[in-house]
Design a protein around this ligand. Structure first.
Ligand code: ZN
Ligand code: ZN
Length: 743
């Protein structure tokens, strides 16, 4: 087999002709000294043998494939003659996990062999073993008898190794190549493939697939994931290399087959600019009838899968879906038959693409790919009206839009982040509120601190509903944390109670302080003494592969001993994705700010915004996989961005600890009283005018046109600030402006 490592996912072994037929199978079986497996399919196996834990309210403990009919196709492909690779790119909670479970059960019971199940990390592999494999084995009698019994139990029988007579299931994290290079395996199950790292040795799936080499005739590799970002998603790339199967269902009113598509088939009423998503239905493109929910569920029972990959035959490039569309619009008697051939046996069933001219089967099935979204889900929470509402809710928010495409449509998302955000446009949208005063929408305050060699920079960020945020203050401290003066100044600053206009005080709830650079120990000492106040020493991840780890690690930092004090490693790539996306959000005229919107006070200058946008995303390639990393634009300082990333990480840390942000925001909003005469005036850097001030919180000032950036905008407050001529700094501390004002 090939030893080259610069291959795409595909080049590997697929050139050898697939061996099929009962004779070959018997020969292989005889060679292994086993009897040939009974000829049933994976869904038939599950219907006959698999049992489910009886949940409250459920009447049966039997598995029924027909409950989620869309999942039958991928399961059938496991025993479809010729298929060696299976790619399943789908929305969440539709067919992926059940497929992995049933394939494991089928092979362990009927066709035992060495199997490997990959998860992105070892912890995820353990979790899958505990939460998926173990309960399935426990409730399914035929498996309970075979898997992990005393007969087969041996020294390495663990969470990550399940033995059964004639084979085993090993579970491993894709990040450790050693795990991938040990034993030969026949069936490879790769779950969550978009989260796999690229290791020094190459792509984990390729490495693992090389281990199937000894099973020349009947190896199988299954790759499954919800897609992520277009052009980088591993599952998307794998699907593109497959025969690209799409699912159709039959209209209960006219028997026309529809390839359900949200934008094409789901429609709802609009009234006075309002989207009445409750009225969202699937409309048949052929007979024009809107389906009731009962119609939809009836239609879902008629799912069939079709090879949809474009091909060339008889001197013409043909796209099966286009051929079908033309044919039914032309009124052909059997439009399906012009594009596909129904090919089925006792354990497979699929519409094979056919040439419209010569009728040959034009698309190879060695690699069977499946793609599907929530429109095929039978669950009540996935009704078209729910999907439509999620779509409306996601508008204006790149994060939620990506989530919608990935988890609802089961398709990769084309991101909007590559366009650079104009610095002057950001400056122009700054809002006027009294510096240092907490805007009304705020309920939680965090601080992010960037550590430089001879100075510290800190941003105080107020957070509100749906992570809407207000930059409350930005401070620069000369010196470093080995100097008592600097320690005291910073400590004093972090203890400050920030006041809302009505006098309510807010403490800083969490702080993230950068421990990279030359003062690591001093930062550790500083935060160690203040852990009770949630002053956390952090370090940005070194994810050179463009990995997207969670902003705040899922595992809580171990606090074994004080000596073993370690910084929290934060997912800076993901944090920068989010911050940059949010910088691109805008408030539409007359509407509330969207989720995650970032408000800035008018006392920041252009340099501040230049720092916030000092990094851009670049696409790189390694091991045949594209990935995106953040890179500093040459000659641009980026402290302001780092501070915001750390303040956001602190919020993520709080959320991880159980903070209920929106609940708190509501509580904070309820407590707002009419402004107190002397409230804001009692604090440092209070209002310039003695008059009570109502803070602009929910409704930012209308955005002036960019050309007017330097002119004061109309506002209700007597604040003498324009963007270009900042306030004087409070005595005793250096203002951020002296820094940003510098070239
Ligand atoms: Zn119809
Ligand atoms: Zn042809």
């Amino acid at each position: 087999m090939s030893t080259s490592t610069s291959l795409s996912l595909e080049n590997h072994k697929l050139i050898s002709p697939p061996a099929t037929g009962p004779l070959e199978r018997l020969r292989m079986a005889a060679r292994r000294g086993t009897t040939p497996p009974p000829r049933i399919s994976v869904p038939d196996w599950a219907d006959r043998f698999r049992k489910l834990a009886r949940e409250a309210g459920s009447t049966s403990g039997d598995w029924r494939t027909s409950t989620v009919e869309i999942a039958r196709g991928p399961m059938l492909a496991v025993t479809e003659p010729g298929v060696h690779v299976l790619t399943v790119m789908c929305c969440t909670q539709l067919m992926k996990t059940a497929l992995l479970e049933n394939v494991f059960g089928f092979f362990a019971h009927l066709d035992p062999c060495p199997m490997l199940l990959l998860q992105p990390k070892e912890a995820a592999a353990e979790q899958f073993s505990k939460e998926r494999i173990a309960p399935m084995v426990r409730t399914t009698p035929v498996l309970r008898k075979l898997v992990g019994t005393s007969k087969t139990r041996n020294a390495d029988e663990t969470l990550l190794f399940k033995a059964f007579p004639g084979g085993f299931l090993a579970l491993a994290g894709a990040g450790s190549p050693d795990n991938l290079a040990r034993r030969p395996i026949r069936v490879l199950l790769s779950d969550e493939v978009d989260k796999y790292p690229v290791t020094r040795e190459g792509d984990p799936i390729m490495l693992a697939e090389e281990r199937t080499a000894t099973f020349g005739a009947n190896w199988l590799s299954l790759r499954a994931c919800s897609p992520t970002v277009e052009g980088e998603s591993r599952i998307e790339k794998s699907y593109e290399l497959s025969d690209q199967r799409q699912a159709s269902v039959e209209c209960p009113h006219c028997q026309h087959r529809l390839f359900l598509d949200f934008f094409r088939h789901v429609h709802w009423e609009k009234k006075d600019g309002q989207h009445l998503t409750k009225t969202a239905r699937i409309w048949c493109e052929a007979c024009g009838v809107a389906w009731s929910e009962g119609d939809r569920l009836r239609a879902l029972r008629t799912v069939r899968w079709h090879q949809a990959r474009a091909f060339e035959c008889c001197g013409e490039r043909q796209n099966p879906l286009d051929t079908y569309e033309r044919s039914w619009r032309d009124g052909a008697a059997d439009p399906i038959a012009t594009a596909w051939d129904w090919w089925s046996g006792d354990r497979w069933a699929v519409y094979r693409a056919r040439c419209a001219h010569c009728g040959c089967r034009a698309v190879d099935n060695t690699h069977a790919g499946f793609q599907g979204g929530k429109l095929f889900s039978p669950w009540p929470k996935d009704k078209p009206s729910d999907i439509a509402q999620k779509w409306i809710d996601a508008q204006g928010d790149e994060d939620r839009k990506q989530a919608w495409w990935n988890t609802q449509a089961g398709r990769p998302y084309r991101p909007n982040t590559t366009k650079l955000i104009a610095v002057d446009a950001l400056a122009a949208r700054a809002e006027h509120w009294v510096p240092g005063v907490v805007p009304d929408g705020v309920c939680v305050i965090t601080v992010g601190i960037d550590t430089q060699d001879y100075r510290l920079e800190a941003e105080v960020v107020g957070w509100g509903r749906n992570e809407e945020s207000w930059s409350i203050a930005y401070e620069v401290f000369d010196g470093d944390l080995s100097q008592p003066g600097t320690v005291n100044a910073l400590d004093h600053f972090l203890k400050r109670i920030w006041l809302r206009a009505d006098g309510r005080g807010f403490e800083v709830m969490a702080v993230c302080i950068d421990s990279g650079g030359h003062h690591t120990q001093a930062v550790y000492e500083f935060s160690k003494k203040r852990l009770g106040r949630r002053v956390w020493a952090i370090k940005g991840e070194s994810a050179r592969n463009g990995q997207r780890n969670p902003v705040w690690p899922a595992k809580r930092p171990t606090t074994k001993t004080k000596a073993a004090f370690r910084p929290v490693i934060i997912g800076t790539n993901a944090a920068k994705d989010t911050v940059t996306r949010r910088l691109g959000l805008t408030v539409l005229e007359g509407q509330a700010a969207p989720a995650g919107y970032m408000h800035f006070p008018a006392d920041r200058d252009l340099n501040y915004y230049a720092q916030l946008t000092a990094e851009r995303i670049v696409t790189k390639e390694a091991g045949g996989r594209k990935y995106r990393v953040w890179e500093q634009i040459q000659g641009r300082a980026n402290e302001a961005l780092d501070c915001r990333v750390y303040a956001y990480a602190a919020l993520c840390g709080l959320l991880q600890m159980g903070l209920k942000l929106n609940q708190r925001a509501e509580e904070a909003a309820r407590s707002i009283r009419p402004p107190k005469q002397d409230a804001a005036a009692t604090q440092e850097g209070g209002p310039i005018a003695g008059k009570p001030v109502r803070i602009l919180a929910k409704k930012p000032a209308a955005r002036p046109p960019a050309t007017d950036a330097a002119a004061p905008t109309a506002h209700s407050m007597p604040v003498e600030v324009v963007i270009a001529s900042p306030l004087p700094a409070p005595a005793g501390r250096r203002s951020l402006l002296s820094r940003f004002g510098r070239k």
